[in-house]
Design a protein around this ligand. Structure first.
Ligand SMILES: NC(=O)C1=CN([C@@H]2O[C@H](COP(=O)(O)OP(=O)(O)OC[C@H]3O[C@@H](n4cnc5c(N)ncnc54)[C@H](O)[C@@H]3O)[C@@H](O)[C@H]2O)C=CC1
Ligand SMILES: N[C@@H](CC=O)C(=O)O
Ligand code: NA
Length: 434
């Protein structure tokens, strides 16, 4: 049986699990792939750092470029743009198979790297980059390639779902839960990427590239993170029958694609409301297929390693069958502009849940309602409760709107802020699925 040389770059949460599988399951993998996979080295930043017992110290090296140059297959699990980008490009220029979980890199340099793979007969697998273990990119790129995708919406960041879920179910503190997510290997090396929505936005850009066949980037995605979500927001959502989730939404509009990531209220009975912990779920809507839902573990070393290994074995099967990567055009992502441009959030239709503290006196409600009417925004429900500021006779209003244009909704909030009877705009959250 033929033997192929595998270089692993990075031995962190995901890389160490990939190394374990390559070593422990070598016989099964060879049988599945049709070639033996020999792990020839693992590039790390510091060879002295203690690793799992399955990793023999002599496999470790700090010479990542030299390792790439000796390998047939390269697995990049360092993360970040550099040196990961240069190493991936180097491997693709050699015509190697590369598998990566690096969404930050793909959302910045994806088109260029796919092009390098095509030009040099290499292959770039990246199922691990979006929604961890869930097979989502291959279904979009292959199974749905004869359909027209109109919308993709989902929970694609495990860390923020873990945090929001814990705040919702146990009332846990944000910082404590973030620490747990880091300890469990869900968070990025810099967790700002998770909690400020950059990671989900990168995934939204990748999903959009594949779904809408255009070169979208991280910067094309409107982004809000979860750092401003308070325990009060979570409680108020709960009281109204909603749960707060960080959603990534990409939708095809008339002349482009609007991509956005923001905390969102969804009804507790919505299927996304039942996605707990670090699990992810993605809805895909297509003209002919209708609505599909993909669900599973979206983060963590082992689940992500599963997706990495799937890409690796698939690529090796093709090599073993003699389907050279260069002839493999259908498998290499085609980023071809269909003249679909990225659209800003002002183009979308959504609904808002607005929490206000107002002066409790006659005429206040009608002044607020008038602003909604002036902006053509219709109110679906309004609930008033007494605030805890008895002295100033404050009351708290929660208003949920019908769907309207983002522009009209934003203008409505801006005008409400100016009212002298509104002492505070407590929260403004978008609502989906109601
Ligand atoms: N942890 C997760 O749940 C998931 C992670 N990913 C992605 O997988 C990649 C790896 O993630 P993790 O394993 O969690 O990260 P990590 O931070 O645990 O591991 C990264 C490893 O790369 C090594 N490294 C850093 N700079 C290096 C260099 N210059 N040369 C060689 N090695 C270097 C680090 O020492 C560390 O061992 C990232 O792109 C991440 O976004 C994707 C899906 C899920
Ligand atoms: N940090 C990411 C890891 C997987 O992509 C997450 O929390 O989802
Ligand atoms: Na995946």
């Amino acid at each position: 049986m033929n033997t192929l040389k595998v270089a692993l770059l990075g031995a962190g949460n995901v890389g160490s699990e990939v190394a374990r599988i390559l070593i422990e399951d070598s016989e099964v993998l060879a049988a599945r792939a049709g070639s033996k996979l020999e792990l020839i080295g693992i590039a790390v930043r510091d060879t002295a750092t203690k690793r799992g017992q399955h990793i023999a110290p002599e496999l470790l090296t700090t010479e990542a470029e030299a390792l790439v140059d000796q390998a047939d297959l390269v697995i990049e699990l360092i993360g970040g743009i550099e040196p990961a980008g240069s190493l991936v490009a180097r491997a693709l220029k050699r015509g190697s198979v590369v598998v990566t979980g690096n969404k930050a890199l793909l959302a910045e340099r994806g088109a260029e790297l796919f092009q390098l793979a095509r030009e040099n007969g290499g292959h770039l697998g990246f199922e691990a980059a979006v929604a961890g273990a869930i097979p989502i990119l291959r279904p979009i790129n292959e199974s749905l390639s004869g359909d027209r995708i109109t919308k993709v919406m989902g929970i694609v960041n495990g860390t923020t779902n873990f945090i929001l879920d814990a705040m919702d179910t146990t009332g846990a503190d944000f910082a404590d839960v973030l620490k747990q997510a880091q300890d469990l290997g869900y968070a990025e090396a810099d967790p700002t990427a998770d909690i400020e929505g950059f990671d989900a936005a990168a995934k939204a850009a990748i999903l959009s590239m594949l779904s809408f066949h255009a070169d979208f980037r991280l910067g094309d995605v409107y982004r809000e993170g979860i750092t401003s979500i308070t325990a009060d927001d979570v409680d108020a959502a709960k009281e109204a029958g909603f749960v707060i989730k960080l959603l990534a939404i990409a939708e095809r509009l008339e002349d482009g694609v609007a991509m956005r990531v923001h905390p969102t209220l969804i009804p507790r009975v919505h299927p996304l409301g039942a996605v707990h912990g670090a699990f992810n779920a993605v809805f895909v809507e297509a003209d002919n297929a209708g609505e599909l839902m993909f669900y599973g573990q979206g983060a963590g070393g082992r689940p992500t390693a599963s997706a990495v290994m799937g890409d690796l074995v698939s690529a090796v099967r093709r090599l073993t069958r003699g389907v050279g990567a260069a002839k493999d055009a259908d498998e290499v992502v085609e980023v071809r502009s269909l003249d679909l441009k990225p659209l800003g959030i002002e183009h979308v239709m959504t609904s808002y849940c607005i929490g206000l503290t107002v002066t409790d006196r006659p005429g206040v409600l009608s002044r607020i309602a008038a602003i909604f009417a002036e902006n053509g925004v219709s109110i679906e429900q309004m609930r008033q409760s007494r605030g805890n500021d008895e002295e100033n006779q404050a009351s708290v209003l929660r208003i949920i709107t019908h769907r309207g244009s983002e522009q009209a909704l934003a203008q409505t909030v801006a005008s409400i802020r100016e009212l002298d009877v509104v002492s505070r705009v407590n929260s403004v959250l978008r609502v989906e699925g109601n």
